[in-house]
Design a binder for this molecule. Structure first.
Ligand SMILES: Nc1ncnc2c1ncn2[C@@H]1O[C@H](COP(=O)(O)OP(=O)(O)OP(=O)(O)O)[C@@H](O)[C@H]1O
Ligand SMILES: [Mg+2]
Length: 271
């Protein structure tokens, strides 16, 4: 009996390993700690620019309770992540098309309460299922503010964690808290500066954070890779208010070029 169960278990483990091995899908979780720094804006615009480079993208709106990715993509999905999490629908059923050819959205649900989610581990399944579909080059997960257990779950299942910050001291304090947490199990944090006009400023602050980590003896194998900066632009907030995507509407704007450079660096540093 025990042998039968253990042989079944090892078959399952092998199958999972096989799926991991053959899946081309890479997972990027976008986080920040501090709210309102630009996570959703980055997620939507990076997904668009990656799709224009020929990659197939799935975006998961994991901002539980304050879903806004459907607003940025201007769609009204009938099914959300939570229809899947609560077992009513399959992964394929909760994937919505957007008006951009290579971008699909797994929408969040405004007003959804953490209390409804009995177990954060259920979130792991969605990523495994997306990997098994093996149709997406990238899955971008837009998390909400803070580092609660649901955000932590998405961080733990992702090989690539991308933090968005500003130069604001409270945002940087949150980035350092994130570094402390990630340095226990992860090798690397990818860091972007929003509302930052000068590339060099982001680089200098990243070096200061790395020095602070050294002085405080965080895991010395943990790296912080600075990807780039994005300046402030009224066009970003205007386009999002109009339910349009900045990088689509302003394809040759200087700020779209900043985003393109950031993506060049992302593609080099991604696992
Ligand atoms: N570089 C920028 N220039 C001007 N406005 C920006 C820029 N980046 C983001 N914004 C605006 O700032 C606001 C907050 O951005 P966004 O929603 O992307 O932040 P967030 O980190 O996802 O917030 P939350 O923590 O609530 O999820 C939005 O109105 C967005 O349009
Ligand atoms: Mg957001």
């Amino acid at each position: 009996m025990f042998n039968a169960i253990s042989s079944q278990a090892s078959k399952l483990i092998n199958l999972t390993k096989k799926t991991e091995h053959i899946s081309k899908t890479r997972i990027i979780t976008i986080t920040s700690g501090k709210g309102g720094v630009g996570k959703s804006t980055f997620t939507a615009n990076i997904s668009y620019l990656l799709s224009k480079r020929g990659f197939k993208i799935a975006v998961i709106d994991a901002d539980i309770g304050l879903a806004n990715m459907q607003v940025l993509f201007d769609i009204k999905p009938k099914l959300t992540l939570f229809d899947y999490v609560e077992g009513r629908n399959t992964i394929s059923e909760v994937i919505s098309n957007t008006r951009f050819d290579n971008i699909s959205l797994i929408a969040g649900k405004s007003g959804y309460r953490y209390a409804n989610l009995k177990n954060s581990l259920v979130l792991t399944r969605i990523v495994d299922d997306l990997k098994s579909l093996n149709i997406y080059d990238f899955v971008l997960i837009d998390t909400g503010a803070g580092l609660n257990e649901y955000v932590q779950e998405f961080l733990s299942i992702s090989n690539n964690v991308l933090a968005v910050t500003t130069t604001d001291p409270s945002a940087l304090t949150d980035v350092y808290a994130l570094m402390k947490m990630l340095s226990i199990k992860k090798e690397k944090l990818l860091l972007c500066f929003n509302h930052t006009k000068n590339y060099q400023i982001g680089d200098t602050i990243t070096n200061s954070l790395v020095n602070l980590a050294k002085n405080n003896r965080l895991n010395k194998n943990f790296m912080v890779k600075y990807l780039g900066n994005v300046s402030t632009s009224a066009n970003i907030s205007t386009t999002s208010r109009l339910r349009k995507l900045f990088a689509h509407e302003f394809a040759s704007d200087d700020i779209t070029l900043e985003l393109q450079k950031l993506i060049d660096s992302l593609l080099i540093n991604i696992k």
